[in-house]
Design a protein around this ligand. Structure first.
Ligand code: WTA
Length: 629
């Protein structure tokens, strides 16, 4: 699949040009690199007003044949998955493509033996063990739609997702390891299943040996898989058949089940993986995300496996047993491409750099970042200490909804610029809009939108196409609206400035909370901050800043004055927070995003409207903030 990648800037520019002049033909040419049972009749049908997007119509395929079967011919003994367990003393496992194929087929047969069939929804609530990736692929093998729920979610959150998609089966585990903690997954699943009438079988993988209760619908994985063989022909899927559902949070409480389809998703994840990371045969690639998130779906499982890569799966956390675990694992497995999130980098940056330096990181060739804007300090720390100023950094902007990376540099091929995601991938027509929906030219700042479909755009929200339309296609008719703001420099590089819904209007001035936070973070004692608006009699809205401080605060008044002066200096007096609150933590989602919705309610004193805080990473800080405000 090497020929999917542009190796030079000239190749890249030529592709960009081609994609612009013949957009659908461009994707059709890329799609010919894959194994199809039947070639498509129509490349693309779309109407962003309806909205409707269909790629490779009439085409038939099974994504697992592309991830597995076709590599059996060329590289059966190549390692497909390296599994690095939570506990460094437990031996790592290596699965060749041949072994992975066999395991996926057996697991698919296990699902079939329990009645699973094409179109069924199967919920997967598992820790980061190889069987999670295998389960995902086994569903795809038989055409069942997987819905992976991150194993940190609560029983209520799990139940809501199972019920939304009427899942007929649950795949779970007795428990999961994460650092020094053991999560009782089966126990949580049992609580969830009390309110899920559609689930007929729950297959339980034994990971921790934790004692579990047993119900009539439960079956042990190791028993269920005993009597099945490894011959499981792949179900032939239409290009537009759903491949999976993945839930993402919205501005209302109810999560949105984003639906991705088989053909387009396969083409785009493989194409983007190959290009962004410039993967070479034999390289070891590691994405530290959890398969419970889109990053894990696209860039641990489907993208890497489709191109025949070696992908590392890590069960643990960066701080266990010490804050050097990432670097230890990089050295141990001679990782070549390393892909993580800014929140992890910032957490590790707080610890002595000796923890990085004591490991041999000379295998690293490419570093990646995903999930939020990467601030300059974190970018440079990553570049200096992890990459030794020798590895390109790809800052990849995308979303659960986009299925794959849309704006990024290509490692070593296109120029990088710290804190900028840089350029749209060839085939991605990004634009900046003003509030009225006019396209902005040249160097500018505005609302990011995409004006032409790409193959891996989510096709709908499960069971709620109207919501899909209203969230993504109604604000600016004719465009896909991702909900992010961006600025563009004179060379066309994009810098994502944050969610546009985080804009607060103070005394008639539009203020992005992200730049105010950046200003606060400049203060030597500030570790992290979050700014939200709250209703104000005269100004309409005022600003409340929550700040995490390094060490102890000697004099709160001096600190506040310094912080206000800093904001005033960097942005202007109008942006000075009215209220500054020192906190020990910020409410965050399990994927590390600050839950601004909750901070807004806290700032407004609307404590009775906080909603469900149980799915947070750190629900306890909510109480603390309440007490101290
Ligand atoms: C944000 C994660 C700045 C953005 C793949 C987007 C980013 C949301 C970046 C999607 C980046 C993601 N720079 N912001 N490189 N990558 N975001 O669905 O606000 O978990 O809309 O997908 O994360 O988050 P999601």
């Amino acid at each position: 699949m090497d020929d999917l990648a542009y190796k030079t800037l000239e190749d890249y520019q030529r592709a960009k040009e081609q994609a612009l002049t013949h957009p659908s033909q461009f994707w059709a040419e890329i799609a010919t690199n894959f194994d199809w049972h039947r070639k498509w009749d129509t490349i693309l049908e779309y109407d962003f007003h309806k909205p409707e997007v269909k790629w490779f119509l009439g085409g038939q395929l099974n994504i697992t044949e592309n991830c597995l079967d076709r590599h059996l011919k060329t590289q059966p003994n190549q390692t497909a998955i390296i599994f690095e367990p939570n506990d460094p003393d437990e031996v790592a496992q290596h699965f060749t493509y041949k072994e992975l194929h066999s395991r996926v087929c057996r697991t698919a047969n296990m699902l079939k033996a329990h009645g699973a069939k094409k179109g069924d929804r199967i919920c997967i609530y598992m820790p980061m063990v190889p069987e999670l990736a295998i389960a995902v692929l086994a569903c795809a093998r038989i055409g069942a739609i997987h819905s992976v729920v991150f194993a940190g979610f609560s029983a209520a959150a799990l139940a809501a997702r199972i019920n939304d998609a009427s899942c007929s089966m649950l795949l779970t585990a007795d428990g999961g390891y994460r650092g020094s903690k053991v999560t009782p997954l089966k126990d949580i699943a049992d609580k969830a299943l009390k309110s899920c009438s559609t689930v007929r079988h729950s297959i339980v993988f034994k990971r921790t040996g934790l004692e579990v209760a047993w119900n009539p619908i439960d079956i042990w994985w190791h028993e269920a898989i005993k009597d099945v063989d490894d011959n499981c022909p792949a179900e032939v899927m239409d290009s537009e058949d759903p491949l999976f559902i993945l839930y993402t949070s919205g501005s209302t409480g109810k999560p949105k089940g984003m639906v991705h389809s088989c053909g387009g998703y396969m083409v785009y994840t493989a194409y983007s993986f190959q290009n962004v990371f410039q993967y070479n045969k034999g390289d070891v690639y590691w994405c530290t995300a959890d398969i419970g998130w889109i990053t894990g779906h696209s860039y641990i499982v489907y993208g890497p496996l489709t191109v025949g890569a070696t992908t590392l799966m890590f069960e643990g956390v960066p701080s266990y047993p010490e804050y050097d675990r990432f670097w230890e694992v990089c050295a141990k497995h001679k990782v070549n491409q390393f892909y993580t999130a800014p929140t992890a980098i910032r957490a590790l940056q707080k610890h002595p750099v000796e923890l990085v330096n004591k490991h041999d990181l000379s295998s690293l060739k490419v570093l990646g970042s995903v999930g939020e804007p990467i601030n300059a300090e974190a970018w440079h720390w990553y570049d200096d200490h992890v990459g030794k100023n020798n590895c390109p950094i790809v800052d990849t902007w995308w979303q659960t909804e986009t299925g794959g990376i849309l704006i990024t540099s290509l490692a070593g091929v296109t120029p990088q610029k710290p804190t900028y995601a840089t350029l749209p991938m060839p085939g991605i027509q990004a634009v900046l809009l003003d509030n009225e929906g006019n396209e902005l030219a040249d160097e500018n700042e505005g609302i990011l939108a995409i004006k032409y479909p790409w193959p891996s755009i989510a096709r709908t929200i499960w069971g709620d196409h109207e919501r899909y339309k209203s969230v993504y296609f109604s604000a600016f008719p004719g465009y896909y609206f991702p909900g992010d703001g961006a600025l563009r420099d004179a060379d066309g590089n994009y810098r994502i400035t944050g969610r546009v819904d985080d804009v607060v209007i103070v005394s008639g001035h539009n203020l992005g909370t992200a730049p105010i936070e950046n200003a606060l973070n400049e203060h030597p004692n500030v570790v992290e901050s979050a700014v939200v608006g709250f209703p104000h009699d005269i100004k309409g809205n005022a600003l409340h800043a929550f700040v995490i401080i390094r060490g102890t605060v000697e004099d709160a008044n001096t600190l506040e004055a310094e912080l206000r002066a800093l904001v005033s200096k960097t942005i202007g007096p109008i942006a000075k927070p009215d209220y500054i609150q020192v906190v020990s933590g910020l409410p965050k989602t399990r994927s590390g995003k600050i839950m601004r919705r909750i901070l807004r309610k806290l700032a407004a004193g609307e404590y009775d409207q906080l909603g469900d805080v149980s799915t947070l990473l750190n629900p306890e800080v909510v109480e603390e903030i309440k007490q101290n405000s």
